[in-house]
Design a protein around this ligand. Structure first.
Ligand code: FE2
Length: 209
C-alpha cells in the first residue's frame, strides 16, 4: 500500500496520504494548511487523490479541504455529526458516513470507526485492517481534549475503551498530532503505555492529568 505520514503546519499536525498501488487511486486525510505541499507530493508519487477524509472538523485539520477538493475533484468525507462544524467553515461534505461503514480506495478498504468525545463526529479510519488513523481521539502516549465545544469526557472514554482498545494489538496507530515520543505506535503498545488507554474506569480517566 502507498502510505505517507506528513508533518504539516505549526501545530504538530500529521496529514496522511495513502493509496492503492494497483489503481493509483489515493486518499488524503486532514490536509491542514498545507494542501499545495501534499498535492505536489502525491502527484510526484504518481497517485490521484479521489477521497478527502476528515477525522474531525477542527480548523487545523480541515484548513486545506477546499483547496484540495478544487484541485483534484476529490469527494469530501466526514461523519454525519461533523457536517455542521464543516458547514460553519464553508466546507460542504460530499459523503456523510456513519460507524461501521466501509469506503473503497481502489482495492483498499477503509472502515469508519465513530469515536465521539473530542468532537461529536470524530472518526478513526482503519485502513485494510492494518493501520488506524486516529485524528485527535488518540495520540501516542495520550488522548485528545474533551473540553472543547461539543466534546465529552464520557464519550471519549467509551470510544477509547470500546472501539479502540478492542482492536487487534498489531494494528498500527497513526495520530493527528506529533505529541508523543515517536510519530506512530500500535494498539498493543498504547494499551501498555498510554494512561488514557490503560485506565479501567471513568473515574480513573477523569483523574488523569
Ligand atoms: Fe482537534
Amino acid at each position: 500500500m502507498y502510505w505517507k505520514q506528513v508533518a504539516v503546519g505549526g501545530m504538530g499536525n500529521f496529514a496522511y496520504l495513502f493509496g492503492c498501488e494497483k489503481t493509483k487511486e489515493a486518499a488524503l486525510v486532514d490536509p491542514g494548511f498545507e494542501a499545495k505541499t501534499l498535492l505536489a507530493q502525491v502527484q510526484a508519487d504518481g497517485y490521484r487523490v479521489a477521497h478527502l477524509f476528515t477525522t474531525h472538523g477542527h480548523y487545523d485539520h480541515v484548513g486545506g479541504h477546499q483547496e484540495v477538493a478544487a484541485a483534484t475533484g476529490a469527494r469530501i468525507i466526514a461523519h454525519r455529526l461533523e457536517v455542521p462544524m464543516l458547514k460553519a467553515q464553508g466546507i460542504g461534505v460530499d459523503l456523510a458516513v456513519k460507524d461501521g461503514q466501509s469506503v473503497a480506495v481502489g482495492t483498499l478498504v477503509v472502515q469508519i470507526i465513530h469515536t465521539p468525545g473530542h468532537t461529536p463526529g470524530a472518526i478513526c479510519l482503519l485502513v485494510n485492517g492494518e493501520k488506524l488513523i486516529t485524528g485527535d481521539t488518540l495520540f501516542v502516549g495520550d488522548c485528545g481534549r474533551a473540553d472543547l465545544p461539543g466534546g465529552s469526557l464520557e464519550e471519549l472514554f467509551e470510544s477509547i475503551q470500546k472501539k479502540l482498545k478492542t482492536l487487534p494489538e498489531r494494528v498500527q496507530v497513526y495520530p493527528g498530532h506529533d505529541y508523543g515520543d515517536h510519530p506512530f505506535s500500535t494498539i498493543g503498545e498504547e494499551k501498555r503505555s498510554n494512561p488514557a488507554m490503560a485506565c479501567r474506569s471513568l473515574d480513573e480517566f477523569r483523574a488523569l492529568p
